[in-house]
Design a protein around this ligand. Structure first.
Ligand SMILES: Nc1ncnc2c1ncn2[C@@H]1O[C@H](COP(=O)(O)OP(=O)(O)OP(=O)(O)O)[C@@H](O)[C@H]1O
Ligand SMILES: Nc1ncnc2c1ncn2[C@@H]1O[C@H](COP(=O)(O)OP(=O)(O)OP(=O)(O)O)[C@@H](O)[C@H]1O
Ligand SMILES: [Mg+2]
Ligand SMILES: [Mg+2]
Lengths: 165, 155, 155, 165
């Protein structure tokens, strides 16, 4: 089971509809400072259910919606989809592909979709249960945060070991 | 619960020793429970000794040695319990080219079970991946994604 | 005392605007006193807007943009009140090559009044300095210093 | 007035007598991870009077003395000298060169020397008064610490501006 592609529109600096196709193995993302690389990481965390705005480097949820530039107006909606391959039937759904989608409106309301039909965050979390996919500790290492595994005090390091157990 | 924790801790510890050896090209490392009688409460101590050096407190390690030790722990956990995908944002920023090459050998091996997305500025890292994407802003403030052909790494 | 602080703050503010422009190749920046009536108590707000982008809170800047904004402030202070020497340990770690070249143009200019020692892993930085030293450990755990001839940057 | 050279012996990983000659302009120091680059920065801070062990990445002063390796015994003394050019007569001393030296014994005692004659830390601090040389904020930026200029809260940023005033 792997991720086939990431689709985003209106999320942070990705104003236009953008698709990142992922193959097996290792994909590198490169580019100048401030071009939007870490915003892609935020998009994946967000669509998987991240609730803390601070973990997405913002202070209000609306800051996730494309805010406009000197030459373009801001948008009213951010939308991200993560599409998984389901050939192996890993997800209990009768589709070859499973698309998880999250939308955010200026009002701060989030909507979740599973293969285009509306659902709750709870449904998405249940789907990923026991697959190891989630927005937690060891599948995401944010920029400048690799040292945190070492710098935490001994008691704080337990969390990552408990997740594995 | 306690039994499962102790078992998985022992597995991670063994994997950490191997990963540390591979990433540093030698040396010693260890993980210890601060309070082995209370596994569900105990903290976890990390010992790291680069090749040829005396064991010291991990605060005396250099910036790059600390990052590499943390990476050894992360890769040990990924080996014991692979996750379907893993996103690493500039974990190579403080590493020299020799250590980046060793890191990429380990990541390549782990990528049989895990899909990796690596954000990087390092040319050494770019040479060792399967697919390469560039993010640019032809229109200032608006991100665009372009797929880069890997045939010509000099581009 | 208050008068002197306000004067030097104004000088730094003007230098910061210029440095930001030079390092980012455009954009806007500003320094403001949170409480202008009480200059000796007031905090200092930093505003930064890379070229073409809307002004946002500085937490939304990227890792490299934050480092470059901090460098603009540092260089502004060094321009207003040069210190005889200045040691910078891997301040270029999160910067891309274009920004490193701009940084080195600013540092070269400031080096007329200040002696700089730069610790770095970046080849771009090494190409722009006057003297180059290497630190190695031919005997594991024991540091040795070697002077590197700058004639051949590929070495 | 500039620094002519740094001499160290027994300080951290610099077991043998080592000299770094500095010219005007920009000097770069490069080398593999863990080879001793940041230890050079610590040596300069220390000889200029740094009292906090934590600012030198240690927990006890004795950790600054070469602790030995698998093939070499540890030493009992760390010594660092910073030699300034005094052609311009910047320092009120009748020498062409001014050497500031700090020694540390296993006992934790520090000794200070000015051109080979013993003195107090106070004498060295007086010498540097108004020259801008010192171990403070903007002439040293440690590894990974460039962002601290931005991340401090508005009240904390004052310190660096006050130094300039
Ligand atoms: N809601 C938004 N609308 C428009 N632009 C945004 C929004 N949120 C963040 N940005 C912009 O995204 C940019 C940061 O992007 P990001 O952090 O992904 O850069 P990066 O490619 O990771 O750079 P670096 O190499 O420096 O880490 C900032 O310049 C910021 O202005
Ligand atoms: N008292 C000491 N005796 C011997 N070695 C020491 C002592 N104190 C520190 N060290 C060694 O110095 C090394 C760290 O050196 P330093 O931090 O200068 O590396 P660096 O060249 O800056 O590397 P990086 O590029 O990773 O930042 C550590 O490996 C540590 O073991
Ligand atoms: Mg980034
Ligand atoms: Mg270092």
């Amino acid at each position: 089971m792997h991720i086939k592609r990431l689709e985003l529109r209106g999320f942070k600096s990705f104003a236009d509809k953008t698709e990142l196709h992922l193959a097996d193995g290792i994909t590198a993302v490169v580019g100048p400072n401030g071009s939007g690389k870490s915003n892609l990481a935020d998009a994946i965390k967000w669509v998987l259910g991240e609730q803390s705005v601070k973990a997405l480097r913002g202070s209000r949820m609306e800051e996730l919606i494309f805010a406009g530039t000197k030459t373009r107006r801001g948008l009213g909606l951010a939308e991200v989809s993560l599409v998984f391959d389901n050939e192996s039937g890993r997800f209990p759904l009768a589709y070859n592909e499973v698309a998880v989608t999250r939308r955010l409106f200026k009002s701060g309301e989030s909507e979740y979709y599973l293969n285009q039909s509306k659902c709750r965050l709870r449904d998405i979390q249940d789907l990923f249960l026991d697959t190891g996919i989630g927005k937690d500790a060891y599948s995401f290492i944010g920029q400048g945060r690799i040292d945190e595994l070492l710098s935490a005090r001994p008691e704080e390091r337990r969390a990552i070991f408990e997740e594995v157990a | 619960m306690a039994k499962r924790f102790v078992e998985s801790f022992a597995q991670i510890r063994r994997a950490f020793l191997r990963m540390f050896h591979e990433l540093f090209g030698g040396g010693e490392a260890d993980l210890r429970l601060t309070d082995p009688d209370e596994p569900l409460e105990s903290g976890i101590e990390i010992m790291a000794q680069p090749p040829g050096k005396n064991l010291q407190n991990i605060d005396l390690l250099s910036g790059g040695e600390k990052a590499l030790t943390a990476i050894a722990l992360l890769c040990a956990i990924l080996e014991v319990k692979p996750t379907p995908f893993c996103l690493l944002d500039e974990i190579d920023a403080s590493l020299d080219d020799v250590n980046i090459r060793r890191l990429m050998r380990v990541i390549s091996r782990l990528s049989k079970d895990t899909q990796f997305i690596l954000i990087t500025h390092s040319k050494e890292t770019m040479l060792a991946v399967d697919t390469l994407y560039g993010v640019t802003m032809p229109e200032q403030g608006v991100s665009q994604l372009i797929s880069i052909e890997l045939t010509d790494p000099e581009s």
